[in-house]
Write a protein that binds this ligand. Structure first.
Ligand code: AGP
Length: 609
């Protein structure tokens, strides 16, 4: 999704803005631009395509100046062209960058046109730009104009505005789209994601919903949605822990796949011993509430939703609480019944997914016992707005295709299962067995990663395929879904996942020699059933790729290729079997030559509906 970077400094800021945009590239975008106040005039450059195109133009046309804003745009209103790229200008006086969607832009545009404003773009953002200019023209300060505009528009915005007649300040506002202020020494910054500002600062203020802030080199004034001046906490972020460097890897995705043993260790650290979970790890008051929890409602999108689906099996089998899992974009628009004693759990890598956030806000009005988010980004909207949070500690995930965020979500969910189970159905031997399996998990993932070159060879056979089917049973069904999503996202091969027992109810009609079928087959109680399903597929001429425990009795032959996966305790098998599927999608994408880290049409953080 779109990215914002802004700076007010004594030095030239163009390079800081460009570096910030580069660090936001992973979020997905189609054009980029910046505007800087140079000698009292706005200098703006916008380019379609990569930030590199913009940087090349900036290098050719030196842009000096200490106050500037920059943007990567992911088109919503108006196609991805230079004239639709941000910043937008009004009367060559103010420049605006904006993330989100102004919903009432049509009415406002008609009013502004009637007042004589001409429009250069098809965007909703240009409406905001002229609106702010109109209020300044009526005698308001930049701050007052932005505050009034914030009351006039409906929809979502994170926005930064500069005014050439007021060149030592920038005004920013957020509602529904994140913004963070970075504090420097004699200079200050803003961005939609703190990652953009880590080269220049490690001190951050996360703006709250409805906040408007006036930022100068030496001062930051924040006003809440009522207009009252407020103080917001300054957070210190460990920049080293958030490295956005590819290291020895060709792609962030591969780096992140290989980071998983370390990430899982980080997720477990200080939270688990070999005998049980530590106290207080979900925050003050959580454990006291656990006896009242009778049901867990999980809401999430995409990969995070798949983590929730796995957890449903765990909650009901081990913790003795019922669990429902729902896609956030569906949950938020339906009438639902809240069972007594229901805990609302959102799962999100970014903590900013618009649908998941809207679902949380809705749930908070509907009588849930409490809300917990399992999230990877400290200070994100879901973390700030949930009653409790549990950080997955995967470190910044840059690849659009989620990998380490998913496996650490699963680990976090298992810790939640243990915490709930302790007060309910979980016997202490079972608790200890799960703890032991989790402690050994980083080592199991390391062993699963050893199959990399075998999977790389196998990927060659997929490069010319147009479709693929993934099969799993029980808690491996959501893993099959995650495998199919990964393959779709980065290799653009159409892939679907089915619970293996469902095959004969329709999808089996698709099976032929052109349809590779990928099966996840740990050695568990459903193995015999899975064998029967696999035979049904073989009998219809498909080529099978079976990721299986060595004791699962699958043999490679001319119709079936078996890739052994390290023997694993049932409870953590969904996490271990995720690894070969991640590697498969990665290698297929590399062979197909797609943009692995920034696949087409996708954004890392989906902050619009
Ligand atoms: C994962 O590979 C996807 N890019 C996507 O499905 C993602 O998981 C989804 O958009 C939810 O994002 P979140 O975890 O940040 O809320």
């Amino acid at each position: 999704m779109c990215g914002i970077v802004g700076a007010v400094a004594q030095r030239d800021v163009a390079e800081i803005l460009l570096e910030g945009l580069r660090r936001l590239e992973y979020r997905g975008y189609d054009s980029a631009g910046l505007a800087v106040i140079q000698n009292g005039e706005l200098q703006r450059i916008r380019r379609v395509g990569k930030v590199k195109n913009l940087a090349d133009s900036v290098a050719e046309n030196f842009i000096g100046g200490g106050t500037g804003i920059a943007h990567t745009r992911w088109a919503t209103h108006g196609e991805p062209t230079e004239r639709n790229a941000h910043p937008h200008l009004s009367n060559e006086r103010i420049a605006v960058v904006h993330n989100g969607i102004i919903e009432n832009y049509k009415e406002l545009k008609a009013d502004l046109q009637a007042s004589g404003y001409g429009f250069q773009s098809d965007t909703d953002t240009e409406v905001l730009t002229h609106l702010i200019h109109q209020f300044i023209d009526q005698g308001l300060s930049l701050l007052e104009a932005v505050q009034k505009a914030a009351k006039t528009v409906t929809g979502a915005y994170g926005t930064a505005i500069i005014d050439k007649q007021n060149q030592d300040e920038m005004v920013v506002a957020r509602s529904g789209s994140p913004l963070v202020i970075g504090l420097g020494i004699g200079e200050n910054f803003v961005a939609s994601d703190q990652l953009a500002l880590l080269p220049v600062t490690s001190r951050f203020i996360y703006l709250e919903e409805g906040d408007v802030a006036r930022i100068s080199r030496k001062e930051i004034e924040i006003f809440d949605k009522t207009g009252a001046k407020v103080e917001r906490k300054v957070n210190l972020v460990d920049a080293k822990a958030d490295s956005a460097d590819k290291g020895e890897y060709r792609h962030y995705m591969m780096k992140e796949i290989y980071e998983q043993p370390t990430c899982v260790r980080q997720t477990l650290e200080g939270r688990l011993t070999s005998t049980g979970v530590e106290k207080g790890i979900f925050g003050n008051g959580f454990e006291e509430m656990v006896p009242q929890i009778k049901n867990v409602t999980i809401v999430a999108c995409g990969t995070s939703y798949h983590a929730g689906m796995v957890a449903k099996y765990w909650f009901e089998q081990y913790a003795g609480v019922s669990c429902s899992v729902e896609i956030a974009s569906e949950f938020r628009y339906r009438k639902f019944y809240v069972h007594e004693g229901s805990l609302f759990v959102s799962i999100s890598q970014s903590g900013e997914t618009a649908d998941t956030l809207a679902a949380l806000r809705l749930a908070q009005e509907q009588g849930y016992l409490s809300s917990l988010t399992i999230c990877n980004v400290m200070g994100s909207s879901l973390v700030r707005e949930s009653d409790f949070n549990f950080m997955t500690r995967a470190g910044t995930e840059i690849g659009v295709a989620s990998t380490k965020a998913f496996t650490t979500q699963l680990v976090s969910l298992l810790i939640l299962v243990l915490t709930l189970g302790k007060h309910k159905a979980l016997a202490s031997e079972a608790e200890q067995a799960i703890c032991a399996a989790l402690m050994q998990l980083p080592g199991k993932i390391e062993q699963a990663l050893l199959a990399n070159s075998e999977i790389e060879d196998l990927a060659e056979e997929f490069a010319d395929k147009h479709h693929a089917l993934f099969l799993g049973r029980g808690d491996q069904y959501p893993i099959a879904m995650e495998g199919a999503l990964k393959l779709k996202e980065i290799s653009y091969i159409h892939a679907e996942a089915y619970a293996a027992g469902e095959l004969k109810h329709g999808p089996i009609a698709l099976i032929d020699a052109e349809m590779p079928v990928i099966v996840v087959a740990p050695n568990n109680e459903l193995l015999e059933k899975l064998h029967s399903n696999v035979e049904e597929v073989r009998a219809r001429g498909s080529i099978l790729y079976v990721f299986a425990d060595k004791d699962a009795k699958f043999q490679s032959d001319e119709t079936q290729r078996v890739i052994n996966v390290v023997p694993t305790e049932d409870i953590v098998a969904p996490i271990v079997y995720t690894i070969p599927l991640q590697l498969l999608s990665y290698h297929v994408a590399v062979i197909k030559g797609t943009d692995v880290d920034q696949p087409r049409n996708l954004a890392k953080s989906v902050t619009v509906e």
